[in-house]
Design a protein around this ligand. Structure first.
Ligand code: ATP
Ligand code: MG
Length: 485
């Protein structure tokens, strides 16, 4: 017989209860009490015999939440019956209801792990309270079981992901021994899980980054690892390492760089050949002039010397070009010294003073006294300033003002030098720092390329800013050497 709950079901949890008693009156009485348990909507089933109880429990299976069992049934021993019922009702709690207060039955009930031992006569509220506790207990156990199953499923899912993921997955225990070696690692290295589990994996992944992964049949791959350290459920440190094969990527990068280097070398060589051809051509022409004059017997000094002078100038130009080119192309190890920047600049100004006066250029200096000492190779920085000042003077062939300023170290430790002129300036998109870019008939176009190279070698930066009119070259140099040598 089954009785349905009469209370509103809105906030109540549904549960299945079974009363096993051969005394129908008492069973119905119990059922009434059960229907009044707070917070639960109970379906109460009545079984008058051990046999009926077994078939109910088979039918309900693990759905059964609570059973009230009379220990004295006509066809069964109540405690033995419990063992049978538990086989199907794995989450249920059992309450023994009896009027027989014997030590033996109490001990037997405890042995059968019953939730409570209820002695007749009992007060309905007391029984309802005990039942409620039993039902809460079952609900808790069921949710714990559900969580355990979900955890198991999620662990299973994670295991499957690790199995199929197209990346290397490695797990190390706190002693850096390998506890997981995924199939991708097996396939790539040729080392099986059995061979690797328990071995030290510290060298394999390090702290992450690119590392060699040796293969069983010789050779290696380059793997980029990312490591994360976590604590597992037992509080032990576990390292999870995820790796991707970057062998091809690295090779591609190497080839690209090689191609780029070749292209740069090609551009430079083309530029150099072009620059060499002009002076060679004119020297050649002058040689032919010289030859013709000698053949015609025109050997007077005043006829020959000017031609020889022109040939000499062209050869000088070539020599200058070659040494400039070498200065640009040859890697240079800086010989850093600590110098007073303002003094070095004053020296340069003194040197170019006559050249400036010759083209009516006035030099204005604004050298900040707090600039102080700088770690540089003095000759190279002098060369930088000479190049900038010469360019400025060349730009102001008709006169003007050359301003040279220094600014003390900024918050990042960079000292600034500015060279500004009042010449015609340059187009915004002019590739001033490219080797061989020149707008001057006799120029090599290497001056600013060399300047840029030197400033970079010192760990500094150079900028060209068009002014209207004029041009401003601004250099930032680290006060303390960051030279890339
Ligand atoms: N102060 C300046 N004002 C205007 N244009 C400039 C200035 N400085 C450089 N340039 C432009 O940049 C070009 C490249 O300068 P760079 O010093 O590299 O070579 P160059 O002066 O032409 O030749 P070289 O330095 O061998 O005499 C110049 O030809 C010029 O067009
Ligand atoms: Mg120049």
């Amino acid at each position: 017989m089954t009785l349905a709950a009469t209370q509103p079901a809105s906030v109540k949890r549904r549960a299945q209860a079974l009363i096993i008693d051969d005394n129908v009156e008492l069973a119905e009485n119990l059922a009434d009490i059960l229907l009044g348990v707070d917070g639960f909507e109970l379906d109460v089933h009545l079984a008058g015999s051990g046999q009926a109880a077994r078939s109910f429990s088979e039918k309900l299976g693990d759905e059964l939440d609570v059973a009230l069992v009379d220990l004295r049934l006509p066809d069964a021993n109540g405690l033995r019956l419990l063992t049978d019922l538990r086989r199907h009702a794995t989450s249920a709690e059992f309450l023994v209801v009896t009027g027989d207060l014997s030590i033996e039955s109490a001990v037997a009930a405890v042995g059968a792990r019953v939730f409570a031992y209820v002695l007749k006569p009992f007060r309905p509220q007391e029984l309802q309270g005990t039942l409620r506790n039993a039902l809460e207990q079952v609900a808790l156990r069921r949710s714990a079981e559900r969580l355990r199953r979900e955890l198991e499923q999620s662990e299973q899912r994670h295991r499957e992901v690790v199995e199929v993921i197209p990346a290397f997955v490695l797990v190390l225990d706190q002693d850096h021994r390998i506890t997981l070696w995924n199939p991708r690692l097996e396939a790539t290295t040729g080392f099986s899980k059995q061979e690797m589990l328990g071995k030290s994996g510290a060298d394999l992944v390090g702290d992450g980054g690119d590392r060699r992964l040796d293969l069983k049949d010789g050779g290696h791959r380059l793997v980029r690892w990312q490591c994360t350290e976590l604590r597992n459920r037992d509080g032990m440190r576990v390292t999870y390492a995820l790796g991707i094969d970057v062998t091809e990527e690295r090779e591609m990068l190497r080839r690209t760089l090689q191609v780029e280097r070749l292209a740069t070398a090609g551009t430079l060589a083309t530029g150099l050949a072009h620059e060499i051809r002009n002076p060679l051509n004119s020297a050649n022409l002058q040689l032919q002039v010289l030859k013709r004059r000698i053949e015609k017997g025109q050997t007077e000094q005043e006829l020959l010397i000017p031609v020889i002078g022109l040939i000499h100038d062209e050869i000088e130009r070539l020599t200058h070009l070659v040494s400039e080119f070498l200065a640009f192309a040859r890697p240079h190890r800086l010989a850093i010294e600590r110098i007073a920047l303002n003094d070095l600049i004053r020296g340069v100004i003194e040197l170019v003073g006559p050249e400036a006066s010759a083209v009516s250029v006035r030099i204005e200096t604004n050298l900040d006294a707090s600039v102080g000492m700088l770690d540089v190779e003095p000759n190279r920085i002098r060369q930088v300033l000479m190049n900038l000042v010469r360019n400025a003077l060349e730009a102001m062939a008709g006169g003007g003002t050359l301003k040279i300023r220094t600014l003390p170290a900024d918050t990042e430790g960079f000292v600034h030098i500015e060279v500004e002129d009042t010449g015609p300036g340059f187009p915004e998109d002019a590739p001033l720092f490219d080797a061989f870019y020149t707008t001057k008939p006799g120029g090599t176009g290497l001056g600013l390329a060399i300047t840029h190279r030197i400033v970079s070698e010192h760990g500094g930066l150079i900028r060209a800013v068009p002014r209207s009119p004029g041009a401003l070259f601004s250099i930032a140099l680290p006060q303390h050497s960051k030279a890339r040598v």
